[in-house]
Design a binder for this molecule. Structure first.
Ligand SMILES: Cc1cc2nc3c(=O)[nH]c(=O)nc-3n(C[C@H](O)[C@H](O)[C@H](O)COP(=O)(O)OP(=O)(O)OC[C@H]3O[C@@H](n4cnc5c(N)ncnc54)[C@H](O)[C@@H]3O)c2cc1C
Length: 480
């Protein structure tokens, strides 16, 4: 049998986990080549808190379309697969002589408290109710807890939670340790080549891709290719001129911060519901190795969807995270050290769903657009992508996320307008908005509503609506 050369472009969690699955399945003299810059500028994976959340991501508008329900099903499957996947990674790392014997504290790195506090507005309450309903409907274990009993939770009095739940099975990992482990496994594998470089474009010969041209001019040839460069996938496709009509992937610029809180370490994840186009505020313990410090945590995260790569986060994003951490989570964080500011680009497609699977160019697959949960989904996505790259097929529903699909328009216009206005109001409240009376509030809402209706009219969105995160991309003409 002829040897297969698999070439993976990208080196975030989606690319590396797929390379890992492929390496497990190599036959005869098959090979895998991974291409990506080792400093990974803008990689979402390196900025992620790497929460493994399914239910904690539910909001009042979740699970309304078949696409969202299927996405949720993949997310739940990923939650089940993570413990085994983590074990496979540790075993494989040992297999190449690494001293790595843990990438998390196992069971202890599970357990997520969701707080319903007064730092934003009533939209939080609706999202909280929707989350509780989903937990009940799917019979997922959870308990209501008294907010005062949440470990290491000491918010400012005026922003304390009135309600809280504990979801015991939702956890987190340190993404840097996972990536380090994958790097070690792949570079230690005798039939995997890891290239520290950047792809400039794909080369096509006839109906198929023949190779990848790198920024230094060298060409990597192969038989089966995967484009998994996160938010910059569209840029690489545009430069390659392959005739693939994929909706744009934007840069969901997200900022998170790592802090060290001596004397007040977190043992569990404490977070709000998702809020106004972003993920609310969360605080997650950071595992730094068995013998590493125990008092580091990640606070996240902001979200600003833009059409070009920007390497830095805004001061206002960092200021908001620091203030929210001190006021909404624990006042003692005022004395915490700021260790690092993480900036990453969430790969955000125009319809906000992932772009996954085979393309019209026979030997090219794409895996991007995972936006907010690509880390969590990676055990499932890597399995399916490796299967597709080796000639297998995926379950029928997976086609919903085919890279060249039409833009999914699953939000009716009126729902979208309501969602966007609610998001904008929530955002204002998070940034200190304090209307002098109830009439003013109604006027502000009405101003937003008119503006958003006008935007829908202008772009011809009659029976479908814009996703709240994409408003600026439609307004500026980058999404059509
Ligand atoms: C602040 C923040 C918090 C998040 N929190 C979570 C969370 O708690 N849980 C969760 O599941 N997800 C979270 N996410 C989302 C998650 O990080 C992403 O969904 C996921 O990491 C995307 O992985 P990726 O491999 O597709 O892209 P990336 O991680 O962005 O990786 C793409 C890689 O491709 C490389 N690359 C780019 N261009 C080229 C090129 N031309 N040639 C070669 N290589 C190239 C880049 O250097 C980069 O390393 C968060 C994201 C952010 C920004």
């Amino acid at each position: 049998m002829r040897a297969m050369q698999h070439v993976i472009v990208g080196n975030g969690i989606v690319a590396l986990s797929t390379a890992f699955r492929l390496a497990q399945r190599l036959k005869g003299s098959d090979t895998v080549t991974v291409i990506g810059p080792c400093d990974r500028p803008g990689a979402a994976t390196m900025a992620a808190a790497a929460m493994l959340n399914s239910f904690a991501e539910i909001s009042a508008y979740s699970l309304k379309s078949k696409e969202d329900r299927y996405h949720f099903a993949l997310s739940r499957r990923a939650a089940q697969q993570w413990p085994d996947f983590e074990k496979e990674l540790v075993d494989a790392a040992r297999g190449v002589g690494s001293a790595c014997d843990a990438i998390s504290r196992g069971e202890q790195d599970r357990g997520t408290y969701i707080i319903n506090n007064t730092a934003a507005d009533e939209w939080d309450d609706k999202n909280f109710d929707a989350m509780v309903k989903a937990l009940e409907d799917f019979k997922e274990p959870f308990t209501f807890v008294h907010p005062g009993e949440i470990p290491n939770y000491l918010p400012a009095q005026h922003e304390r939670a009135a309600r809280a739940i504990y979801i015991p099975d939702e956890g987190w990992l340190n993404p840097r340790i996972v990536i380090e482990t994958l790097d070690t496994i792949l570079s230690g594998h005798d039939r995997v080549t890891v290239i520290d470089g950047e792809a400039r474009r794909f080369r096509k010969s006839g109906d198929a891709i023949s190779g990848v041209e790198l920024a230094d001019g060298t060409v990597v040839e192969g038989d089966a290719f995967l484009l998994a460069t996160g938010a910059s996938a569209s840029a690489l496709l545009d430069a390659s001129d392959l005739g693939i009509a994929m909706q744009p992937v934007f840069y969901g610029l997200g900022v998170s911060i790592e802090i060290r809180s001596e004397g007040h370490p977190h043992t569990k994840c404490v977070r709000t519901t998702n809020r106004g186009g972003a993920c609310g505020i969360y605080s997650v313990p950071l595992f730094l190795g068995k013998n590493g410090p125990k008092d580091h945590l990640v606070i996240g995260a902001s979200n600003r969807v833009i059409n070009k790569p920007v390497l830095y986060g805004r001061l206002s994003a960092v200021e908001h995270l620091m203030r929210s951490a001190m006021q909404e989570i624990n006042g003692h964080f005022y004395a915490a050290d700021l260790v690092r500011v993480n900036v990453g680009w969430r790969p955000t497609s125009q319809d906000t769903y992932p772009l996954l699977g085979k393309t019209s160019v026979g030997n090219l697959c794409i895996a991007t657009g995972t936006k907010r949960d690509g880390f969590h989904l990676s055990p499932v996505l890597s399995d399916i992508m490796a299967t597709l790259m080796t000639g297998g097929s995926a379950e029928k529903e997976f086609d919903m996320f085919a890279p060249e699909r039409k833009v999914i328009r699953d939000i009716p216009r009126q729902d979208a307008v309501e969602m966007i206005v609610n998001s904008l109001m929530s955002e204002q409240y998070q940034h200190g908005y304090n209307p002098s009376n109830v009439l003013m509030n109604a006027q502000v809402r009405e101003t937003y509503r008119k503006d958003i209706e006008a935007l829908h009219d202008r772009i011809g969105a009659k029976d479908w609506g814009i996703h709240p995160e994409l408003v600026n991309m439609y307004r500026e003409g980058h999404a059509k």
